[in-house]
Design a protein around this ligand. Structure first.
Ligand SMILES: Cc1cc2nc3c(=O)[nH]c(=O)nc-3n(C[C@H](O)[C@H](O)[C@H](O)COP(=O)(O)O)c2cc1C
Length: 155
């Protein structure tokens, strides 16, 4: 089994990181997994430029050469994808949204049988981000699971 973990918070010891660490502990308890684990904030990833090269070219690859290369490759190999994010002003973090936009290139590759787990930490609301993932999961043919956790830490 292979898992790709994408952590959207800039806080490495924050709530979503803690929750994700516990999730991984449980995941690897019964079965060993190869885990590709990234803090998006550490990677050099540019926003999608909307050139539609991935949609219109024969190979459906993204033209931008940057930190997404490793994520694309880990995504292709993974059975399980985990996106962890706090809510920031009613949405996922900008770090994760940039990656999601760049995932457009992967929507053209017809993967089946991948499971998606979304981990959301929040103080007041989470519905818009849950709605986002419910909307996009069918495009990527992902089996969607969502974990939400209300937090009361000091910021
Ligand atoms: C800039 C900023 C904006 C936030 N906006 C929201 C929000 O719109 N809704 C919400 O429920 N929580 C919001 N929060 C609270 C965080 O989602 C919450 O504290 C979360 O647990 C932080 O996760 P982390 O420790 O993994 O970074 C915001 C926090 C920050 C720093």
């Amino acid at each position: 089994m292979r898992a790709l973990i994408l952590r959207g918070s800039p806080r490495k010891n924050g709530n979503s990181a803690t929750l994700t660490n516990y999730f991984l502990k449980g995941l690897t308890k019964s079965k060993s997994h190869h885990i590709d684990d990234y803090f998006i904030n550490d990677l050099n990833i540019s926003p999608c430029q909307g050139c539609l090269y991935c949609a219109t070219s024969e190979n459906h690859k993204c033209k931008i050469k940057d930190g997404m290369k490793d994520i694309y490759s880990a995504y292709r190999d993974a059975n399980l994808i985990v996106y962890a994010t706090p809510m920031y002003w009613g949405y996922m973090t900008a770090q994760l949204k940039i990656v999601m936009d760049r995932m457009e290139a992967l929507a053209w590759e017809y993967f089946y049988d991948k499971t998606l787990v979304i981990i959301i930490t929040y103080r007041h609301h989470f519905e818009s981000t849950v709605g986002f993932f419910e909307r996009i999961a069918p495009y990527f043919r992902l089996k969607l699971n969502i974990l939400i956790c209300c937090t009361y830490d000091e910021q």
